[in-house]
Design a protein around this ligand. Sequence first.
Ligand code: RP5
Length: 158
Amino acid sequence: MTVAILMGSRSDLDTMKKAAGILKEFNVAYELKVLSAHRAAESVREYVQTASARGIRLFICGAGMAAHLAGAVAGQTTLPVIGVPLSGSALAGQDALLSTVQMPKGVPVATVAIDGAYNAGILALQMLALADPTLAARLEEFRRKMTEEVLQANTGLE
Ligand code: RP5
């Protein structure tokens, strides 16, 4: 497995599976797990400590509310951690955004938009592509197609 996709609750799955979807599209192997930072802290520790040995190269962590999952993971590894703040709380994800992005000095979490799991997947691919020319070429092609689709929206506009 290459990427660990973690989420604080089973209810986060609908959003977090968008990260899994794009990794699947690029044939990058992933693990998908529910692991609560506050309610299963010991399991998070054990998971992170054994991840590298299983081939995990980076983490994507999604959580709502106080959202400490990404930070809790980042504090226990030097592998890159991408954080996805999730909406659904009384504060519509603003709480998760701030607690995910505002990490203390020395322990970064690369935070994407609220519910931005798809972009978290893309960012993970871009990180992996640094050491994988085939993946890098596929990402170039993916971007080229995206640009083409955007420009095609002009057809027949006037
Ligand atoms: C849920 O609480 C959220 O969606 C979130 O992922 C989770 C956070 O749980 P802890 O990690 O704080 O236990 O309602």
